[in-house]
Design a protein around this ligand. Structure first.
Ligand code: GTP
Ligand code: MN
Ligand code: MN
Length: 369
């Protein structure tokens, strides 16, 4: 078994999209540490270092067994340099000193807190930190100017930091299915994101919506969102219109699908009972806030949008990097483009996209890179 394991370790493919990465893996102690270092690097504005840690963590997630020694790690792609020291420390001492210091630092904890607010990215969090913000109540005390999105994020902070369960995600699904059905029958509505990859909980619920008749999609999101709002189902929503994307150049992480970023007021299971009066505690909440993303894609872009919105983020990043560097093709969630011939390559399923890229198909539960 030793030589077989060693074989497995030295043959890990360099791109995450060439590997199968399950949700539950064997090296989470090390990957947790590497991901904290990656997050800290991104808080410091170093995307290159952040990416290096993400790559190493992703390799370890794909291993069929638990790393036993630093010798084994030496055979692994992307796991050299700084990452190797971290791996060695954890294998030998059970903890990595640098990570422990970081986790306990005021700056890391504040950045973690601030970036966990809906509508707050690293740059905003850093600005606020430099302005002296250390806890949520400082935002009001220091008269920090907030966007509507951030105001909603802070107002519902406690609910939103509570993970969304699969059961809650399914209740959101039936709510939006009913709302969208009122306007257009026969839509295809797919839960994407982490739940499609088999996660049991998430920070939000993501949906992709399409219909064979492109006309049917015109104005659909606006009408159904307004209707849900009128029903008291929405606490916040912002819809980004469909936009033209530069398809013939190397793709960025941005895409141009019509998208609604929302906070739902998801009625509790027992809210009906509460209405009818046999719910005794008077202050009981009848709903909880849940973050929801709704994406509308034209039918012919659907397989690309599905692939692009299923994640994980690292898997997506690697798919795009692989397409560009290995196949000279530009991939985004609208399509695949041959830059030289200036033409786009249609696909009717995710499986077909993998074939077009010369990759073995990776089912969603194995895209947890
Ligand atoms: P949790 O929600 O934390 O459970 O994880 P998740 O994997 O569902 O993350 P998230 O909801 O942030 O994103 C889901 C997928 O959509 C990821 O693969 C992202 O890369 C992708 N995604 C998020 N925002 C955008 C965007 O603006 N454009 C595109 N094309 N993809 C996005
Ligand atoms: Mn999600
Ligand atoms: Mn999302």
């Amino acid at each position: 078994p030793v030589s077989k394991d060693k074989d497995a370790l030295s043959t890990v493919a360099p791109y995450a999209c060439q590997r199968q990465t399950p949700l539950i893996h064997h090296n989470s102690k090390i990957t947790d540490a590497l991901e904290i270092l990656g997050k800290a690097a991104s808080f410091q504005g170093s995307e290159v270092r952040s990416l290096a840690f993400a790559r190493a963590a992703s390799v370890l997630k794909s291993l069929p067994c638990k790393l036993q020694s630093i010798e084994e790690a030496k055979n692994l792609v992307w796991c050299g340099g700084h990452c190797q020291t971290v791996i060695q420390e954890i294998l030998e001492d059970g903890v990595c000193h640098e990570v422990e210091v970081l986790k306990n630092s005021e700056q890391y904890q504040c950045m973690e807190l601030l970036t966990s607010i809906f509508g707050v990215g690293v740059r905003t969090a850093e600005r606020w930190y430099n302005d002296g913000v250390r806890k949520l109540s400082d935002l009001a005390d220091l008269h920090i100017k907030l966007t509507a999105e951030q105001k909603a994020g802070i107002e519902h902070y406690t609910d939103l930091k509570q993970p969304v369960t699969r059961d809650e995600a399914e209740r959101v699904e039936s709510l939006i299915t009913r709302a969208l059905d009122r306007f257009v029958p026969g839509l295809r509505i797919t839960m994407t994101g982490g739940f499609r990859r088999g996660k049991q909980q998430g920070h939000d619920v993501d949906f992709l919506i399409t219909h064979p008749d492109e006309e049917a999609l015109n104005g659909l999101l606006e009408k159904s969102v307004n209707w849900m709002d009128s029903q008291g189902l929405l606490l916040y929503h912002h819809t980004k219109a469909r936009s033209h994307v530069q398809t013939r150049r190397r793709s960025t992480h941005m895409d141009g699908h019509e998208t609604c970023y929302a906070i739902f007021a998801l009625p509790n299971h027992d809210s009906l009972k509460a209405e009818s009066g046999d719910f005794t505690s008077s202050g009981a909440c009848r709903w909880r806030a849940v973050r929801v993303d709704l994406v509308v894609a034209p039918y012919e872009e659907y397989p690309y949008a599905l692939l692009g919105w299923t994640g994980s983020k690292h898997f997506e990043r690697e798919l795009r990097r692989f397409s560009w560097h290995e196949k000279n093709l530009s991939l985004n969630s609208h399509g695949l483009y041959n830059v030289e011939k200036e033409c786009s390559i249609p696909a009717t399923s995710e499986e077909e996209i993998f074939v077009l890229l010369g990759l073995q198909y990776v089912p969603p539960p194995y895209r947890n890179a």
